[in-house]
Design a protein around this ligand. Structure first.
Ligand SMILES: O=P(O)(O)OC[C@H]1O[C@H](OP(=O)(O)OP(=O)(O)O)[C@H](O)[C@@H]1O
Ligand SMILES: Nc1ncnc2[nH]cnc12
Length: 179
């Protein structure tokens, strides 16, 4: 399947739900993509091909964001032959962790990574389903930096361009669907 057809198939599965979880938000529900194995294959193949055709450096890990970044992160890591490591919301990871605070719509939240998740000098790609304000992705990038890693690229299925979230990030951003 061509790359454009992949994107059209994935786009056709994403459902827009107005006023969820609160009035004024057009919620982009990506779970219907996962009801169709061909759409999941298209998503995984498209992102893997993008990484293989653009990255000059070896990717040491895919860093997936809690929770929707966990859906295909491990599959892409397996295809690339690299590690998958999670960024989780506070209090979910056992053992030693590294933490950063970030701003959500209502107040402050915290992201954590296990302190041995990546090593100093490693190159990672941060993956999530969607970038809105960019606060979550920036916090994940800050965590990677705190551990001595470098972010090669941020990858999203969907970018809400009107919120300018990509401007917060200090590595290239690739989004399949720009809204
Ligand atoms: O760019 P931002 O404004 O930070 O928003 C984007 C984040 O919001 C959603 O996650 P959410 O925090 O709702 O958690 P979930 O994946 O557990 O539903 C989405 O999956 C991103 O991680
Ligand atoms: N519009 C939206 N749809 C789905 N997830 C989101 N996270 C932040 N904004 C969102």
């Amino acid at each position: 399947m061509s790359s454009q057809k992949d994107i059209e198939l994935i786009k056709s599965k994403i459902k827009i739900i107005p006023d969820f979880p609160q009035k004024g938000i057009m919620f982009q529900d990506i779970f219907p993509v996962f009801k169709d194995p061909l759409a999941v294959e298209a998503l995984v193949t498209h992102i893997t091909s993008h990484i293989l055709s653009t990255q000059l450096k070896k990717v040491d890990a895919i860093v997936g964001l809690d929770a929707r970044g966990f859906l295909i992160g491990p599959i892409i890591a397996m295809r690339l032959g690299c590690a998958f490591v999670p960024v989780r919301k506070r209090g979910k990871l056992p053992g030693g962790t590294v933490q950063v605070a970030y701003q959500k719509e209502y107040g402050t939240d915290y992201f954590e990574m296990q302190d041995d998740a990546i090593s100093a000098g490693q190159n990672v790609i941060i993956l999530d389903d969607l970038i809105a304000t960019g606060g979550s992705a920036k916090a994940a990038g800050d965590l990677v930096g705190k551990m001595g890693g470098s972010v090669l690229e941020y990858i999203f299925f969907i970018e809400l361009t009107f919120l300018n979230g990509a401007k917060l990030l200090n590595a290239p951003v690739y989004s399949l669907i720009k809204d």
